[in-house]
Design a protein around this ligand. Structure first.
Ligand SMILES: Cc1ncc(C[n+]2csc(CCOP(=O)(O)OP(=O)(O)O)c2C)c(N)n1
Ligand SMILES: [Mg+2]
Length: 664
């Protein structure tokens, strides 16, 4: 990338060991990193925009530069002031840092190595929710984070606590969810001895987190924990793990004992444990060079003028939005721009809710299970402005055949996403909200009447046809829930039917596992959402396969008494697997049918949760409304047919126009 090295005094006073720090804002073209002069008063232009900083420990400066994603250079110096007279233990410091950030609820499961932290929590006003499985804890934290956009904290003890948590971290990484996972490690003296409940946590977490730190001293802990929060929320959000040996929790710290911020950072890197993972692609061998014709600089007005002119000149422009819109709080700017420039909007799974689902400009979800007219419209567009979307294969189908008629502008806060999958004409590294506001300023009121008419034709000619018991139930659900109801889903047919049948109106009202597609997400995520927004009704739409994967969290839900309704669409199948076997494996149904059905209502009652078991045909709008209106948790087990398919479906690897359609 041609990074330049500069010397940077992080604290503003002379240092014994200076760090060599290389900074380039990802708002700029990777080819044109900011110079030293841009660094000191960086706040207005850089705060909020992520920086790629290469932090190089002096000893390894030439050999192994490390890349790290920061919100601002100030992040390195944000360790709190400690009172010299009052020493804190490491555990007390962790609790104080959580409190200092205004975090009211955390979630986890205790165990031997993390007991000092749980002991310190006793004296805190922070509420701890006891999950029943660490994967559940991770997803509860995700529910809080996805509902609010703020980093949520989950705790796990060493060994199996950590390994149980890993799936939730990988899921958060895939969907850019800000988490801070605080894990305990065996005491330092035992590390490397195959001690009881010892695993190499950082090595396990590294490929599935934005960053994994090892705090091998109290000084490192004091510097790394604030940084963990900054990293989790800064730039493109993601999970950050900090692993803390049991004896570090018990060490004491005075202010005069602290090293410099940079030293602590160096500390982590020197051990090889602070290796930032934000740069690590999930599958390294598949990394390709960015395919971008022109990089545009988000800082220059000319950039926005150029894109605004392209919109005005286009005959069939289209906005393609993704999860970056709600992450950046850009729904307002998006709506304003779509109105001013008369732009239709298509969305990825994670973009749903960022644009009002019932607005005539909204064309719905594109891709594998998108509406047929949405895929046709995307194919006919001559200009596609992709904002906060990553051209996932579920959205694009065969990328070579995606948007063949369009010039594409791709705006994303993460430079690595731009031109990763699909060649684009323009790449702009920018926060979605900033980009949409800038475009709004430059674009004149425009209309595209011919394109509007064409879209009406496409809607009529290629409708989304929804039928079957599950869709009827979901239709009733859509009719009885308020627009601010948070809906979580699991993974399977029920997930796709949910997003096809419901019209999401507000950002952060659909919480679903999109990137990793993790069964077992829905229930704990719903619990987390209810913790974050206790006033809201939360509905988890699940399947009989998925709900079983974190069923134990019904106990957590019963204890909390939250307003979470679990709607199980019980088809006796791993339905989406069965569907693929039917369509693509000659109807050879291998391990997709449950031999024995589970009475989930009875199970829920055993956990102390109100429950109903009904056939889909017995679900009416009134009954469903009445069940949801009752406060507190409930589970509704709805038996649906086992042979229904979620359609349309683009076969894996095919183009979005090669949909298998429902028979109308
Ligand atoms: C943890 C995990 N294991 C396996 C899968 C693969 N998978 C995707 S959908 C699916 C079936 C889901 O069944 P169910 O929850 O009953 O939903 P349905 O499709 O029947 O609506 C499976 C096994 C997955 N996504 N996640
Ligand atoms: Mg099922």
């Amino acid at each position: 990338m041609g990074l330049r090295r500069v010397r940077l005094s992080l604290s503003g006073r002379p240092r014994k060991t200076s760090q060599i720090v290389t900074l380039t804002p990802i708002t700029a073209s990777p080819a044109r990193p900011h110079s030293r002069a841009a660094l000191p008063d960086a706040d207005p232009s850089m705060r909020g925009a992520a920086l790629l900083a290469s932090i190089v420990a002096p000893a390894r400066a030439e050999t192994r530069p490390e890349l790290i994603l920061l919100q601002s250079p100030c992040a390195l110096a944000t360790a709190p002031e400690l009172t010299p007279a009052l020493p804190l233990t490491g555990a007390e410091f962790v609790v104080r840092e959580i409190e200092r950030r205004g975090i009211e609820v955390i979630v986890g499961i205790p165990g031997g190595a993390i007991l000092p932290l749980y002991d310190a929590l006793q004296a805190s006003r922070v509420r701890h929710v006891l999950a029943r499985h660490e994967q559940g804890a991770g997803f509860i934290a995700q529910g809080m984070a996805r509902a609010t956009g703020k980093a949520a904290v989950c705790l796990a003890t060493s060994g199996p606590g950590v390994t149980n948590l890993i799936t939730a971290l990988a899921d958060a990484r895939a969907d850019s969810v800000p988490l801070v996972a605080i894990t305990a490690q065996v005491p330092r003296a035992l590390i490397g001895t195959d001690a009881f409940q010892e695993v190499d946590t950082v090595a396990l977490a590294r490929p599935v987190t934005k960053q994994a730190f090892f705090a091998d001293s109290i000084e490192a802990l004091v510097r790394l924990l604030p940084l963990a929060f900054e990293l989790a929320e800064g730039g493109r959000p993601g999970p950050v793990l900090i692993d803390i040996p049991k004896d570090v929790f018990k060490e004491h710290v005075f202010q005069q004992d602290l090293g410099h911020a940079g030293d602590a950072q160096t500390h982590g890197l020197e051990r090889g444990t602070g290796t930032p993972t934000s740069e690590a692609p999930l599958v390294p061998v598949l990394r390709r060079p960015a395919q971008v014709t022109t990089w545009l600089d988000a800082e220059r007005q000319a950039t926005w003028a150029e894109l605004a002119a392209a919109i005005e000149q286009s005959e069939r422009p289209l906005l393609y939005i993704g999860g970056g819109i709600h992450m950046s709080g850009a729904a307002g700017a998006l709506f304003a721009l779509a109105c001013r420039a008369d732009l239709p909007v298509v969305s990825s799974l994670h973009g749903l809710g960022s644009f009002p689902g019932d607005d005539p400009r909204f064309l719905g979800m594109l891709g594998m299970h998108g509406a047929p007219y949405t895929n046709h419209a995307t194919e006919e567009a001559d200009l596609v402005i992709a904002v906060g979307a990553r051209f996932d294969d579920r959205a694009t189908g065969d990328p070579a055949k995606f948007c063949r008629n369009a010039r594409i502008a791709h705006i994303d806060i993460d430079a690595r996403e731009i031109g990763k999958i699909k060649p684009v004409a323009w790449g702009v590294v920018c926060d979605a909200g900033r980009a949409l506001s800038a475009l709004l300023e430059h674009v004149s009121p425009t209309t595209h009447p011919g394109w509007r008419e064409r879209l009406l034709v496409l809607r009529a000619r290629h409708p989304l046809s929804l039928s079957g018991g599950a869709c009827e139930v979901l239709g009733h659900l859509g009719a009885v829930i308020a627009p601010d109801t948070i809906v979580t889903t699991d993974v399977g047919q029920h997930q796709m039917w949910t997003v096809q049948c419901l019209r999401f109106q507000q950002a952060r009202t659909l919480l679903t596992s999109g990137g990793l597609g993790t069964m077992g997400f829905g229930l704990p995520a719903a619990i987390g959402a209810a913790l974050a927004r206790p006033e809201a009704r939360v509905v988890c739409v699940s399947g009989d396969g998925s709900i079983a994967m974190n069923l134990q969290e019904l106990a957590t839900l019963a204890e909390l008494g939250s307003n979470v309704a679990v709607l199980v669409l019980n088809n006796g199948q791993l339905g989406l697997v069965r569907q693929q076997q039917q369509l693509f494996y000659g109807q050879r149904f291998s391990a997709s049918h449950f031999q024995q059905s589970t009475d989930f209502a009875a199970v829920a009652r055993a956990f102390g949760i109100r429950a109903h078991a009904v056939d889909a045909t017995d679900v009416t709008r009134e009954r469903l409304g009445a069940w949801l209106a009752e406060a507190g948790p409930c589970l509704i087990d709805v038996r649906v047919a086992g042979d229904e398919n979620v359609l349309p479906m683009v076969p894996p690897g095919a183009s979005n126009l090669e949909m298998i359609l429902a028979e109308c």
